[in-house]
Design a protein around this ligand. Structure first.
Ligand code: BGC
Length: 894
């Protein structure tokens, strides 16, 4: 018996944490069964004393226990210990530690050092944007340091070096956030990089998301790069010293000539200044930085892991296309960049154009177009200085599988590596079954997740790279079953709260950026347009659904506590919006009052029958601004998602112990449900728009009045049959379709859709050679030409979570898998599956196989949970933790 996985804030490395701290642990046992925690006791201490002793608490809780001790102090290491008692008389203990960041704004002494070098005037097209700026400062240490921490951030995105070496391999610090209110700073342990005597700190800074968000696409960006660093040095004899950024920082232009997220990076190696971040470098030609006072109020320590290279892929194939282009195929669609090794004459321009798919003939194909790029998206140009060098883009990432190469005399496969970038997270699950196509679908989902978790959850890595709220709202449950998402999403949710408007509304992308309509002035022509920002049902619901799903999957209620006000504000916004009556409505007031049926909404988004040309045609004329017209399917998505959010709000209130709120939101949710039943379903028991998703959502969410239940089931099955067992659901109903079918007893239809392999279907993509999940079911036209769509969107990967339950056999009976159901319900064609998932309590595993009449299943249930195991003969057995082996009708412990 032992305690493992002792975590603070779910972090592997708890260096630089903020004020809010929570603890979790896992109980592990090799061979004992039925272990349940009965009590715990946490103590936290700093070098001097105990700052918190929880006392012995009789509780099974081992996830997300919030610190309730004395105010934590800055830059301090705390040690924590937990003692756990269980129902079998064991007493175990474990220890861990964490270190705080700068917790009091008054302790910031560093000054913002800003560049005053001329900025390039922003213009569209590759190579026309601002390049990088170098900042350097030298300083002396009088003794060998014992412990050194650097707290660092910038206006822009930076790479930090000490004495000529990069401090780590992170990219795009200080992360993509709502900078005015929430600018992350990073904490680095640089003890080993400094020495007695002279040292140098260097930072290379580019615009990145920082200045891009400020202006609409194409408009001028005018933020000057600036850095802020505070280095805290502690000597053996406890003496302390701090090194600060200030006006002594020196500034110069870097070798990155132009870097822009939506066009690419242009690098001129001839402009490199050797040794610029080492001591003794002659910076006489450099300028002094300007000291600026931007205050410290927006500074927030980054706790979650940074974007790093998570994999390196070799070239799979070098292709010469029919047009004569030289194309590298890495065999996998990714987000990242290409590392090249080259030795070309000085001045040679090496061009790399990243792209996702080949055209029908096998040539380069640009699947994206943004106004700023002028058709030159995803480019990376390296100008050689004549020396042998290794280069990859510094401040831009790309979404690609293929790279068109220009300017190199001789292509050697070995000289290129695709560097896969992603925010670093722990993997938390595995899935494999007897159907190789489903395995590929699962792998594609995981790849799309990796590619779209770059600092924030994005829609796609090659085109918008934006924090689209609806995409993560619909995908979050699956994401949390693939990786430990909590620290990463917690930071994003805190930014969502920063972006929320005064009415509680949520912008369509978080962090908000100037490319998207925000204010309602854009929507003047929409009837009954609400005040505030553009907020859509299903998208703004991320405010409630994302924290709720994290809680649901991980059992961590701390996250609900932290997001509570933001969640409530969104629920209140929906309730307020519902009060507005739809113009011309003949519904009785008590129905109208509780129906969210006004304002702009995206509707389902990308329903196959509405998007055969790739784009979503749901109720707007071609060429019209989609933001100006309310979509057809919104007539059911808004009321249903509005109700769902309010209902989840009441469950959230209950989970955090706020009973008044729980009652309040639950009452409103009931009225909203009644309003949907009276105001959305027509007198004949039909939905206002005859769509697969319309019926699926109502069934899934238990919104169908009893008298119509049979009719709804028949309707859904009929539509599925009419579509010949193909999908016809968009972003907002796809996650619920298969469950809705299972709920009405038609698991057979769910499998028919899952296993469908002609367009539109999941396996069509797989059969077509997809290595990620596509944005649109129709990403190729009828003649097999690729369309200008993204081939790397995770939203439709949501089906993986259904596969984990129905094929993998692992389902949740109580929040956070405190109680588990083991019950594979495979299609006859699937003969084995193996699923493992790291719950907050530890690993649950289910590995089953059938051969003729033989059935064999190995199951592992983590300590501190219980489970129901269902056998093929229809029997069920309640079990505690431990390992079990099952046959057709028998369960045995082992
Ligand atoms: C994005 C989506 C997003 C949508 C909004 C698209 O351009 O790529 O994933 O949710 O717009 O409807």
């Amino acid at each position: 018996m032992r305690l493992t996985n002792l975590r603070v804030n779910d972090l592997k490395t708890a260096l630089g944490v903020g004020n809010k701290v929570y603890f979790s642990w896992v109980i592990e046992s090799e061979n004992e069964h039925n272990i349940l925690q009965t009590a715990y006791q946490i103590t936290v201490s700093d070098a001097e004393s105990i700052v918190w002793n929880s006392g012995k608490i009789d509780s099974e809780q081992s996830i997300g226990i919030m610190y309730e001790g004395a105010q934590l102090k800055s830059s301090r290491e705390y040690r924590w210990q937990v003692i756990v008692w269980d129902n079998c008389g064991h007493k175990m203990n474990g220890t861990g530690s964490f270190e705080t960041a700068i917790l009091d704004k008054n302790e910031w002494k560093a000054k913002w050092a800003e560049s005053n070098l001329a900025r390039k005037v922003f213009a569209a097209g590759f190579g026309n944007q601002q390049g990088s700026t170098l900042f350097r400062k030298e300083f002396d240490l009088k003794k060998k340091p014992k412990k050194v921490r650097a707290y660092v951030t910038c206006h822009g995105i930076y790479q930090l070096s000490i004495n000529g070496n990069r401090v780590d391999d992170r990219e795009f610090a200080p992360e993509h956030t709502t900078y005015e209110k929430y600018l992350c700073y990073q904490t680095y342990n640089i003890t080993k990089m400094l020495h007695k005597g002279r040292n140098a700190v260097g930072m290379e800074v580019a615009d990145g998301w920082y200045s891009e968000r400020k202006a609409e696409e194409g408009a001028e960006r005018n933020d000057y790069a600036a850095v802020l660093f505070q280095i805290l040095v502690e000597y053996e004899d406890s003496e302390r010293e701090i090194i600060l950024s200030d006006k002594d920082v020196r500034v110069s232009d870097g070798a990155v000539i132009s870097a822009y997220t939506y066009t690419g990076e242009l690098y001129d190696a001839r402009m490199e200044q050797d040794g610029w971040c080492c001591t003794g470098f002659n910076d006489a030609a450099w300028s002094d930085a300007v000291e600026k006072d931007y205050g410290y109020n927006n500074l927030v320590p980054q706790e979650d892991a940074p974007v790093i290279p998570v994999k390196r892929l070799p070239v799979k194939d070098v292709i010469i296309s029919p047009r004569g282009e030289t194309i590298l195929d890495f065999g996998q669609n990714i987000a990242g960049t290409v590392e090249i090794r080259c030795k070309e004459p000085a001045g040679t321009k090496i061009g790399m154009t990243m792209f996702e798919v080949l055209d029908k003939e096998g040539n380069y194909f640009d699947s994206i177009f943004t106004p700023a790029s002028h058709g030159q998206c995803q480019k990376n140009v390296y100008i050689s200085n004549g020396k042998e060098s290794v280069y990859h883009s510094n401040f831009v990432y790309y979404g690609f599988r293929y790279v068109k190469i220009e300017g190199i005399r001789q292509i050697n496969k070995e000289d290129f590596i695709a560097v896969v970038l992603s925010s670093n997270k722990d993997k938390s699950g595995d899935f494999v079954c007897s159907d190789r196509r489903l395995n590929k679908l699962y792998e594609n989902t995981v790849w799309s997740q990796t590619a779209n978790m770059i600092s924030i959850p994005t829609d796609c890595p090659q085109r918008e790279k934006a924090g689209w709220t609806g995409d993560i709202a619909m995908y979050c449950r699956t994401a949390c079953h693939n990786e430990m998402m909590t620290p990463f999403l917690r930071r994003w949710l805190e930014n969502l709260a920063c972006e929320q408007g005064i009415y509680g509304e949520v912008p369509v992308v978080v962090p908000y950026d100037g490319r998207y309509p925000s204010r309602c002035e854009y929507l003047k022509t929409v009837e009954d347009c609400p005040d505030g920002m553009v907020s859509s049902a299903g998208w703004g619901d991320a405010a409630i659904l994302v924290p709720y799903e994290i809680y649901h999957v991980t059992g961590n209620a701390a996250i609900l506590n932290y997001q509570y006000d933001s969640m409530k504000a969104w629920a209140d916004y929906i309730i307020e919006q519902s009060k507005t009556h739809r113009k011309g409505s003949t519904l009785p007031d008590e129905v109208e009052e509780f129906l969210w049926n006004t304002g702009f909404h995206f509707g389902e988004w990308l329903i196959p029958s509405e998007s055969e040309d790739g784009y979503d045609d749901d109720a707007y004329e071609p060429g019209q601004n989609p933001f100006l017209v309310c979509r057809n399917t919104a007539i059911y998505t808004a009321p249903v998602f509005g109700w769902n959010s309010v209902k989840k709000m009441s469950e959230t209130a209950l989970a955090v112990g706020n009973e008044d709120d729980a009652v309040y939101y639950s009452k409103i949710a009931s009225k909203m449900k009644a309003a949907i039943q009276k105001g959305v379903i027509d007198d004949n028991g039909n939905m206002p728009v005859e769509k697969m998703g319309a019926y699926a959502l109502m069934i899934y969410f238990d919104l169908v009045p009893e008298r119509y239940q049979k009719h709804f089931s028949e309707k859904l099955c009929t539509i599925v049959e009419q579509r010949n067992y193909h999908l016809d659901t968009g972003f907002l109903s796809t996650p619920f379709l298969l469950d809705a079918l299972c709920k009405i007893g038609r698991t057979d239809l769910a499998y028919k859709i899952l296993l469908q392999d002609t367009v539109p279907s999941w396996l069509y993509e797989v059969e077509k050679g997809a290595t990620t999940v596509w944005e649109s079911w129709y990403s190729y036209d009828k003649e097999e030409n690729p369309l200008e769509m993204s081939f790397n969107h995770y939203a439709y990967g949501c089906v993986a979570e259904w596969m984990y339950r129905y094929i993998g056999g692992i389902d949740m009976l109580e929040i956070g898998y405190k109680k588990i159901r083991i019950c594979p319900k495979p299609d006859a064609s699937i003969t084995s599956a193996c699923r493992s998932f790291k719950t907050g309590y530890g690993y649950v595993r289910c590995n089953w196989k059938k051969e003729g009449d033989d059935f064999q299943m190995d199951v592992e249930i983590p300590c501190n949970t219980t489970a129901e195991i269902y056998l093929p003969d229809g029997t069920m057995k309640e079990v505690g933790s431990g390992k079990y082996t099952c046959t057709f009708s028998k369960i045995e412990q082992y």
